[in-house]
Design a protein around this ligand. Structure first.
Ligand code: ADP
Length: 238
């Protein structure tokens, strides 16, 4: 049984069919990318998995449990957005431990977890800084630590590198992937960047106008694009 199961998922805003019959099974520990141009429904699909949007139809199961009626904060999901969305008036340490405090964890657990998380993201000494004192790349590392601190079952990343400059983007790709593999956390990664999806993912879902045009490994997608759209979009037909 797959860990994250999405079946016949649909989302309509007024007359606009943004997600049309989307189906996907994600295995435990898998890194999946939703790849496609702006407006194809990637974020809306991710937001339905997170619980920020209610599907018009279809089901989403995590660990075998239907979560469509489960509130976002009870889905055991960690999320990182494009713009850093750190709490600006809290230190790095306070940002990272926020979820643990809300969950009522004891101080010793919180302190240990904070150290683990700051070491994991390579910023062991920056706990007392404020977000404005960090670079964009450092802020995204902190956002990742904050998302992972409560040990979620699923990690959702929505264009987490888009606002960063090229060099940092490339190094963060491998850092995110290394952390994901070390934790073995099931991950869905939204991007419009072909290179990012091809270099990071176990499998890619190429989305086009609210449906999955093709689901496959980077090699499959690149070498055997299923549609002309996929061939164009991943750059094998130029
Ligand atoms: P992507 O992430 O692939 O860029 P989105 O899922 O953000 O695509 O958006 C898909 C389409 O749905 C876009 O046309 C967008 O304008 C529309 N859309 C997204 N959210 C809403 C909303 N809350 N109300 C109306 N339209 C929306």
């Amino acid at each position: 049984m797959a860990f994250l199961e999405i079946e016949n998922l649909q989302k309509t805003f007024g007359d606009l069919r943004v997600v049309r019959d989307f189906n996907l099974n994600v295995e435990q520990g898998e890194f999946i990318s939703f790849l496609g141009p702006s407006g194809c429904g990637k974020t809306t699909t991710l937001r339905m998995v997170a619980g920020f949007e209610t599907p018009t139809a279809g089901s989403i199961r995590i660990g075998g449990k239907d979560v469509v009626n489960v509130k976002p904060n009870q889905r055991n999901i960690g999320m990182v957005f494009q713009s850093y969305a750190l709490f600006p008036n809290l230190t790095v340490a306070q940002n990272v431990t926020f979820g643990l405090k809300v969950a009522g964890r004891d101080k010793a657990t919180i302190d240990t977890r904070l150290k683990e998380m700051l070491t994991m993201i390579g910023l062991p000494d920056l706990g007392e800084r404020y977000p404005f004192q960090l670079s964009g790349g450092q802020q995204q590392r902190v956002a990742l630590a904050r998302a992972l601190a409560p040990a979620p079952q699923v990690l959702l990343l929505d264009e987490p590198l888009s606002a960063l400059d090229a060099q940092i983007r490339v190094s963060l790709r491998s850092e995110i992937r290394a952390i994901q593999q070390k934790l073995g956390i099931t991950t869905v990664y939204v991007t419009h960047d072909q290179e990012e999806a091809l270099s990071m993912s176990d499998r890619i879902v190429v989305m086009h106008r609210g449906i999955a045009d093709q689901i496959g490994t980077p090699v499959e997608i690149y070498n055997h694009p299923a549609t002309r759209f996929v061939a164009n979009f991943v750059g094998t037909l130029n």
